[in-house]
Design a protein. Structure first.
Length: 78
């Protein structure tokens, strides 16, 4: 004869499901409690940044014929 509500098998399945869920939650709380600790410390040695930079500059100038002839006529102007 079946009682009102859940059968014995249904109650057992529900209990096992709740027990598994509680175990997962408890494991998450325990693991999460230890993972919250963060240590930050300064390094023992100084940080060295090695930059190899090569800078070259090229100046290109062009003079028109009128400016060239003016410089030739007045060499002491510059």
């Amino acid at each position: 004869m079946k009682q009102a509500g859940l059968t014995k098998q249904e109650r057992r399945t529900t209990f096992e499901t709740m027990r598994g869920t509680m175990a997962i939650l408890l494991g998450g709380v325990l693991a999460g409690g230890t993972a919250a600790c963060v240590n930050v410390s300064a390094p023992d040695k100084p940080i060295v940044i090695n930059l190899n930079i090569n800078v070259t500059q090229e100046v290109v100038y062009r003079l028109d014929n009128e400016a060239k002839s003016l410089i030739k006529q007045n060499p002491g102007i510059f």
